[in-house]
Design a binder for this molecule. Structure first.
Ligand code: SAH
Ligand code: SF4
Ligand code: F3S
Length: 445
């Protein structure tokens, strides 16, 4: 096989998977390759996979089939991400067109694997080396207005339905200095908003430059001091790691946005116990009320699983009740998907598919009614919008409100600027705003 000159990375998973995809692109660019817009044009295609639910997991195999070109040739194919970690050598056995398999903790070695694959060998690396991949990656390149920054990886929680502890490994916090340096590089590269990422981001801890133990709130306060950075967000948090300092940061840190993604999964404490979630419906509601006391306008978002093994109609109604009690601004809901090797997959009383469908529809109807109500409640309000890209119509730009709603607005403001708008209209997934003033944004030092 020839030396690949162009590459295409396609990410299928969560924000951390997207972050990994960006870092792989930067790594391949540092090797002298250039990015191709489409997979079919590229010499090397990296499928950065997700294993969280069956449908996400199977997508990779249909994509591999589609990579054959009209003349019968195909690009070099690398499978990265969580399916690579979970299935390893099984992947080239099932799909012989795959040349490289590389796990989420080993992708800094992608260039070596490409060299090995060029020799016609299958190249596989699913190690979870003790020393972190981050130190071996090249410096960050120019990013969009809103950038991701992984600060914490892995999970020790072992919810009984979830593959993440197996595909990402144990909980590890990145060091303070590396994170602050990366944040500075992102801001220098044009980022105005940074979202700190981790499977359990609020479990992050580390020592600051003076050796004091800090939690995520300490890190957020340090980033708050970065000139040129306008907004800070973080995701995903676990209810049990929602400590007092972080809650207080929502009242005190100006750049920390009023938005919290805090998955509850179910409103039934019995099901939560079977899920090994280590919180109850009551303890979750208690966290929410403490967060709201600190920041009354905060938008709460969540994740839900319907049809976990043993879920009765009464359990499901408890989920509807918690949705009403929390009044989510936004939420993701999924049908339970049994994942190989997880304890829940072996549980009795799997819920029939039709019942799951029916429950998911009821839950989603309630959630979308709530998010429309949340959006409508912002009509008439004045708020800041960070401009992220051009809209579809000429003169129209698209940005985000502090509560993570998409806002369409006619403006001459440029990407990366923060403007003041009045919200005039609301749809289920976006708002329409009228520009009031252009507030000059600080220029990165
Ligand atoms: N660390 C985060 C998110 C992990 S994965 C957390 O603790 O919440 C993102 C979401 O996928 C989960 O919140 C859950 O709602 C969903 N999910 C995970 N495993 C699943 C499974 N086996 N079936 C259906 N949904 C699942
Ligand atoms: Fe998965 Fe639970 Fe860990 Fe979230 S906390 S990543 S759902 S095991
Ligand atoms: Fe998927 Fe792995 Fe993220 S399984 S959700 S890509 S951690």
């Amino acid at each position: 096989m020839d030396n690949p000159r162009t590459f295409h990375v396609k990410s299928f998973g969560c924000q951390m998977n997207v972050y990994d995809g960006e870092r792989m692109s930067e790594l391949l660019q540092a090797e002298g390759m250039t990015a191709a817009a489409e997979g079919s044009d590229a010499d090397l295609v990296v499928l950065n996979t997700c294993h969280i639910r069956e449908r996400a997991s199977e997508k990779v195999y249909s994509d591999i089939g589609r990579l054959r070109r009209d003349d019968g040739s195909r690009p070099m194919i690398a499978v990265a991400g969580c399916v690579a970690q979970a299935e390893g050598a099984e992947i080239p056995r099932r799909a012989p067109a795959v040349d490289i398999v590389v796990g989420p903790q080993a992708y800094h070695r992608l260039p070596e694997l490409v060299r090995k694959a060029r020799g016609g060998e299958k190249a596989l690396d699913t190690d979870m080396p003790l020393q972190s991949k981050f130190g071996a990656l090249p410096a960050r390149r120019r990013q969009g207005t809103s950038a991701f920054l992984t600060v914490q990886e892995g999970c020790d929680k072992f919810c009984t339905y979830c593959v993440v502890p197996y595909t990402r490994g144990a909980e590890v916090s990145r060091g303070w200095a590396a994170i602050v340096d990366e944040a500075k590089a992102l801001v220098d590269g044009g980022a105005r908003e940074i979202t700190l990422l981790g499977q359990n981001v609020n479990a992050w801890e580390g020592e600051d430059e003076r050796g004091r133990l800090q939690g995520l709130d300490g890190l957020i306060r340090a980033l708050d001091a970065l000139p040129g950075l306008e907004r800070i967000r973080y995701t995903t948090s676990h209810p049990n790691d929602m400590r007092e300092g972080l809650i207080r940061a929502h009242a005190e840190v100006a750049k920390l946005m009023p938005y919290l993604h805090l998955p509850v999964q179910s409103g039934s404490s019995r099901i939560l116990k079977a899920m090994n979630r280590s919180h109850t419906a009551e303890s979750y509601l208690d966290v929410i009320s403490r967060v709201r006391a600190a920041r009354p306008d905060i938008a709460i978002s969540g994740d839900f699983i319907v049809g976990f093994p043993g879920e009765t109609e009464a359990d499901f109604e408890d989920t509807l009740k918690i949705v009403a009690a929390v009044n989510y601004a936004q939420a993701y809901s999924f049908k339970y998907s049994p994942r190989p090797g997880t304890p829940a997959a072996a549980m009795n009383e799997q819920v029939p598919a039709e019942m799951m469908d029916e429950r998911l529809q009821r839950l989603q109807a309630l959630l979308s009614e709530r998010s429309l109500a949340f959006n409508r409640a912002t009509i008439g309000k004045r708020t800041s919008v960070l401009i992220e890209r051009q809209g579809r119509r000429p003169g129209q730009m698209l940005g985000k409100s502090p509560w993570l709603q998409s806002v369409h607005v006619e403006t001459e403001a440029k990407i990366g600027e923060v403007i003041e708008v009045e919200i005039e209209g609301a749809l289920p997934n976006s708002l329409a705003g009228r520009m009031l003033t252009l507030t000059p944004t600080a220029v990165a030092a």
